[in-house]
Write a protein that binds this ligand. Structure first.
Ligand SMILES: Cc1cc2nc3c(=O)[nH]c(=O)nc-3n(C[C@H](O)[C@H](O)[C@H](O)COP(=O)(O)OP(=O)(O)OC[C@H]3O[C@@H](n4cnc5c(N)ncnc54)[C@H](O)[C@@H]3O)c2cc1C
Length: 406
């Protein structure tokens, strides 16, 4: 991979992650038939190995069973994990649990941390994050949220209909965004609740059929919340601060998605380069044909540009600076760059790209949803465009000479 100026600590962690990937995770992936779902037992075995290699849950504080690494120092390890679909669950850096653990660590009460964060970090339970709703509800525009939570004595009563809750079919706990004040602006009147999946009134309707590999068995559930009663202790963070907390979860989680997917794109390109160096057509190695070389080189450049942008934005987050625009730019650019790289890899592998002997067709299925998940391209472009246009159209902030573009 392209060399960056990552810290020594980050490089050491990533070297151990690479060893785990090469010696344990990728050999295990090769044993499995592509497209099949691995058992929970296999994931537990990989997690035990990750602990042995010293790369298990590096992003979580030691107090809760992790390794206490900074966000930036975890970055190259997240990339390494992304090189196989089995890497993220092995190192416990897998979505959506990784983002949910982050939110519980930031805002969970001691009780919530004991009951949910610890077992999540240990890989004993799973979690879902329930924000998106069917038609007329929260989607690209989360202000359209319909799910409500009303106070009744010292309990909250949740009613709503969600879908696309990743992990929902196997979650033990669900983080649910609901409107708690019907009169306020949605951004100031929503709250996140920690809801046990076994609570009365939680109905897992189905796993929504979808494009994308189900190798790790996450699934994406449609869920109804019908008069679900939870106590005040189940509020995560502050009442009315739900959207702020959601952003605290989604900002870093969008970047960690980019990191994992750039690792995936990099591995797809590596597999393809090896294939082209061996495979001949029309009298020479395909690796010697200029079009193939340029196409692979272009994708390498784009993936590494995405990795640079993600590092720049991660630095801002680590410094506690405003990173909204950087996150949107990273998400939209990395999603396209990694999708294009994996598409190119698949094309140059010929039939092997479509077949499931190699992991690239699973990667292809996994990458396409990324341009929609965690905010569709257009939603992030809207954020970037508003910033860009505001700078040039707000007359009060511009020098009179440049105001009209003269
Ligand atoms: C695999 C997968 C996993 C997911 N996991 C979760 C999860 O765990 N939890 C959760 O809550 N949600 C999850 N989601 C939902 C995901 O976040 C939403 O699908 C996404 O935010 C888009 O919302 P929507 O599907 O309602 O699309 P819509 O809001 O209906 O938008 C449709 C399309 O319209 C376009 N569009 C939207 N706004 C604009 C605009 N301003 N200008 C121009 N075009 C625009 C975009 O192309 C967009 O894709 C998941 C989705 C998928 C596919």
């Amino acid at each position: 991979m392209f060399e960056f100026n990552d810290s020594e600590k980050a490089e050491e962690l990533a070297e151990r992650a690479e060893a785990l990937m090469e010696e344990v995770v990728i050999p295990k992936e090769r044993e499995l038939e592509g497209g099949t779902t691995v058992s929970a037992g296999t994931i537990s075995e990989l997690q035990a190995k990750a602990k042995e290699y010293g790369v298990y849950a590096p992003q979580i504080d030691e107090e809760y069973g992790g390794m206490g690494y900074d966000f930036n120092d975890c970055l190259p390890t997240f990339e390494q994990a992304g090189r196989s679909l089995l890497g993220p669950p092995a190192m416990r850096v897998d979505a959506p649990d990784e983002g949910n653990m982050h939110l519980l660590e930031l805002h969970g009460t001691e009780l919530q941390k004991e009951e949910y964060l610890r077992p999540l970090v240990e890989g004993e339970i799973h979690s879902g994050f329930s924000m998106t709703e069917p038609m007329q509800g929260a989607g690209s525009d989360p202000k359209m949220i319909q799910t409500t939570a009303e106070k009744d004595g010292d309990e909250w009563v949740i009613n709503g209909h969600k879908w696309w809750t990743s992990n929902g079919i196997r979650a033990d706990v669900l983080l649910v965004l609901a409107r708690t004040d019907p009169d306020g602006h949605p951004y100031d009147s929503c709250t996140v609740f920690v809801v046990p999946a076994e609570a009365d009134g939680v109905e897992i309707v189905r796993n929504v059929p979808h494009l994308g590999s189900e190798m790790t068995g996450t699934g994406h559930a449609e869920i109804k919340y019908d008069d679900v009663r939870v106590s005040e202790e189940n509020v995560l963070g502050e009442v009315g601060e739900g959207f702020t907390h959601v952003q605290e979860r989604l900002g870093p989680a969008r970047l960690t998605h980019c990191m994992r997917f750039s690792g995936m794109a990099e591995r797809a390109l590596t597999i393809t380069r090896s294939y082209l160096e061996e495979r001949e057509a029309f009298g020479s190695k395909i690796a010697d044909k200029q079009n193939a070389r340029f196409e692979i080189a272009r994708r390498e450049a784009e993936v590494n540009a995405a990795r640079s942008l993600v590092r720049h934005t991660a630095d801002k987050i680590a410094a506690g600076e405003q990173a909204r625009i950087g996150v949107s730019m990273s998400k939209v650019y990395a999603a396209q760059a990694t999708q294009d790289a994996i598409d190119t890899a698949l094309q140059y592998l010929g039939g092997n790209g479509i077949g499931k002997d190699l992991p690239v067709s699973d990667f292809y299925e996994a990458i396409r949803p990324f341009r929609i998940v965690d905010g569709a391209d257009e939603v992030h472009l809207r954020t970037v465009a508003r910033e860009a246009f505001d700078e040039h159209t707000d007359p009060d902030e511009l020098d009179p000479i440049t105001r009209f573009g003269e």
